[in-house]
Design a protein around this ligand. Structure first.
Ligand code: G3I
Length: 369
């Protein structure tokens, strides 16, 4: 039994609510939901999933119920990152990942591996060592340790997260620690390294900032395609790309044509695409709740209408499932939070009622079948 061991079976109580296990009190998710987001996605040959944390799963029964209801895939929100696994050199913290995997196994969920290399989640000791010694063995050992332990269980990996920077990068690549230590070809080397330790996995590069009509997003779309083109031409093992899709109501409107062109160009390179971190950042917290929720839903629909027109978009993952646990709420300081409350940019509100965003997801996933 793990810390997350759960009654794996969800049953519908006579009142229509979802109850967990035998004799458990009903978990309020919703009595009125038609088949779930995964059901809708599957009807279109796709998957739906959400990011989650083991500690949240452990403490929140309603979160577990919502995930079991709606998700086919889980992404560990933080536990697979290098600074979660090994914040002190040589001291490893696998338990949260193992717990999350046990929960997934018990309930037949698949897991996305997020992420092997991200500058922001690389521990300081590793950054210093990389820059001091420029010795690739540090990377090999990290990949070998993580993939050696998890590649038999997790078959899709964000090998590199957020390599693009068109504002202060070099040739549009972010001058991150890996770039500074190993040069721009760290990307090729990392993909090859991943393939060595995970011969059958679906290997992905994941990035953000592709949705809007501003010059930065436009340049980022071009840079992402150019990177993918270079890697494919060099026969680097890259199977797909992840587009994070952190939508932002202050940046609208979505550039439909730009998004379509980028997606088509990536598909023409033989890549498939996963929407890996969908959520919506709000702007006007002073508006009424229904008005806010409608805006979030409309933005979700506008985005997915474009993306789900492509059959090569294999899945949609939201960056969380409920506003109760969202980085968009967590990142604001206490003063702003008191003023603004939670960001309402995920399918369920913080009391696990489905919002218009839920129905926009359900409808677009199903309609694209
Ligand atoms: O666990 C420590 C805790 O011990 C400590 O007291 C606290 C003090 O700040 O920090 C806690 O760690 C935080 C962790 O979340 C758990 O809450 C980190 O500071 C915080 O940086 C971390 O944030 C995560 C962030 O990635 C960095 O890993 C967010 O939850 C997570 O949503 C976010 O996810 C990223 C994707 O991986 C990549 N794309 C962007 C996305 C949003 O930033």
């Amino acid at each position: 039994m793990t810390g997350l061991a759960l009654a794996p079976v969800l049953t519908v109580a006579p009142n229509g609510a979802w109850a967990e296990g035998e004799g458990a009190s009903p978990v309020h998710v919703s009595a009125t939901l038609t088949p779930s987001l995964s059901h809708a996605a599957r009807s279109g040959g796709r998957y739906y999933g959400a990011a989650a944390r083991a500690d949240h799963l452990r403490q929140d029964k309603a979160l577990r119920a919502a995930i079991l209801r709606d998700c086919e895939v889980l992404t560990p929100e933080i536990h697979l990152k290098w600074n979660s696994l090994e914040w002190r050199k040589g001291q490893f913290h696998f338990t949260p990942v193992d717990d999350l995997l046990a929960f997934a196994d018990e309930n037949g969920l698949r897991v996305r591996g997020h992420t092997l290399l991200w500058d922001q989640s690389t521990p300081d000791w590793a950054k210093h060592e990389m820059l001091d010694r420029r010795d690739w063995r540090l990377m090999s050992e990290h990949f070998s340790r993580v993939l050696g332990r998890y590649a038999s269980r997790i078959d899709e990996w964000d090998v590199i997260n957020e390599p693009i920077d068109t504002v202060s990068g070099a040739h549009a690549l972010r001058r991150n620690t890996f770039f500074r230590a190993f040069g721009p070809t760290y990307i090729e080397r990392a993909m090859e390294e991943a393939r060595t330790h995970a011969p059958h996995a679906h290997l992905v590069i994941n990035d953000y900032g592709f949705e809007y009509g501003n010059p930065v997003d436009k340049a980022r779309r071009q840079a992402f395609v150019a990177l993918a083109r270079r890697l494919r031409a060099a026969r680097v093992p890259l199977d797909g790309v992840g587009v994070q899709a952190h939508l932002d109501l202050s940046k609208g409107p979505i550039d439909r044509v730009g998004l379509q062109e980028m997606t088509k160009a990536l598909i023409d390179l033989g890549l498939d695409i996963t929407v890996t971190e969908l959520d919506v950042k709000e702007t006007e917290a002073s508006a009424s709740t229904p008005a806010r929720d409608q805006k979030v839903a409309d933005e979700t629909r506008r985005y997915l209408d474009v993306m789900l027109a492509f059959p090569e978009v294999r899945g949609v993952v939201t960056w969380g499932l409920t506003d109760k646990f969202s980085w968009l709420t967590e990142q604001v300081d206490a003063r702003v939070r008191a003023d603004r409350g939670v960001n309402r940019g995920l399918p369920y509100d913080d009391a696990y009622s489905p919002k218009p965003m839920y129905w926009a997801l359900e409808d677009t996933l199903r309609a694209s079948a």
